[in-house]
Design a protein around this ligand. Structure first.
Ligand code: SAM
Ligand code: SF4
Length: 328
């Protein structure tokens, strides 16, 4: 079976959010005082596994577990163990803030997780604390080390660069990635959710500027690793790592979009920048463990996948949900 949307795009990639909760409060992702979902509204581990099974049977080949912070979800390692054995799933990956990886990297590897992305926006402890509001840089550095020791390969760092906050750290982050032999992607800030901490229009740094900054220090060679996803990758002659930019504003990649998301509350979202989707939780709870009902709902919703998103920075956000709700 294959999932094909109304534009003829084949959907092979699911981002599954396992919680909306987080131990950080990153300034671009959340308000400082967040209201999280009541636990009864969050999918159980069993329901999350059922969702994954339904999607894999429909042709999904890659699942990324995300959140909120996936590592604050009790039972995550068990979920990974269950999903990693799904026949037909080629890759199971995780996006994390890294703070709990020192504890979980090894068990996750044993459970069958294939790859890890770790978010890291600053290498300066005080600034790291300011950007995450609660995080400790040393925990994340220990987490990165633990992920390497556990045997994870092609670990990727993700950095959101904000003007006036950490745009002077682009080269430091590249140097760190080169030294640690980690891939690194710079993500443009997206207007998801209303934040009052900074003005997204002022803080926005386009990918082109980041590439120019890096280019003054290291010659960047376009990479053949570009897979049609949102990231454009580059290599350097004197390093094996890849440098990527993810540019939802300046480089619209919707034409080749192959992904959908399911939020922690079981809402199927067809596009990061739009509201189109379906409530899978109601189906899951009316027909526990029934893959067919779920698959019919997914198939019926897919034609609504919009052609593209329309992010506008200097207008109030059209999408009022925060990134931790959406599943980053
Ligand atoms: N907590 C995990 C983490 O931080 O990696 C996973 C979830 S987080 C929502 C996933 C990614 O989304 C992170 O790399 C984060 O930096 C990014 N992100 C969050 N809010 C964003 C925004 N408004 N614009 C762009 N990226 C954002
Ligand atoms: Fe938490 Fe990740 Fe959002 Fe930061 S970006 S607040 S770590 S969910």
């Amino acid at each position: 079976m294959a999932l094909i949307d109304g534009m003829g795009r084949q959907i092979t990639y699911l981002r599954l959010s396992v919680t909306d909760r987080c131990d950080f409060r990153c300034v671009y992702c959340m308000a400082e005082d967040m209201q999280f979902l009541p636990r009864s509204e969050v999918l159980s581990l069993e329901e999350l596994a059922t969702v994954a099974e339904a999607f894999v049977a429909l042709g999904i080949r890659k699942i990324r577990l995300t959140g909120g912070e996936p590592l604050v979800r009790t039972g995550l390692v068990d979920l990974v163990a269950r999903l990693s054995t799904l026949p037909g799933l080629d890759e199971l990956t995780l996006t994390t803030n890294g703070a709990r990886l020192a504890q979980f990297a090894h068990p996750l590897k044993v459970a069958g997780l294939d790859r890890i992305n770790i978010s890291l926006d600053s290498l300066r402890p005080e600034r790291f604390r300011e950007l995450t509001r609660t995080g400790r840089l040393e925990d994340v550095l220990a987490g990165i080390a633990a992920a390497r020791e556990a045997g994870f390969r092609r670990i990727k760092l993700n950095s959101v660069i904000l003007r006036g906050r950490n745009d002077d750290e682009v080269i430091d982050l590249v140097s760190f990635a080169r030294h640690e032999q980690l891939d690194l992607a710079f993500i443009e800030e997206m207007p998801l959710g209303v934040i009052d901490e900074h003005d997204r229009a002022r803080s926005f740094v386009p990918s082109a500027e980041i590439l120019e900054t890096i280019g003054q220090r290291h010659a960047l060679l376009p990479s053949t690793d570009n897979t049609g996803g949102p990231a454009r990758y580059y290599r350097m002659a004197d390093s094996g790592i890849r440098i990527g930019v993810i540019s939802p504003h300046s480089n619209n990649f919707c034409g080749s979009c192959n992904r959908v998301r399911v939020t922690a509350s079981g809402r199927l979202l067809l596009c990061l920048g739009n509201g189109h989707g379906a409530d899978l939780r109601t189906i899951l709870r009316a027909h526990p463990g029934n893959l067919q009902q779920l698959q019919e709902a997914i198939q019926a919703t897919l034609p609504q996948k919009p052609e593209r998103h329309h992010f506008v920075l200097d207008e109030p956000p059209q999408i009022v949900r925060f990134m931790n709700m959406t599943g980053g």
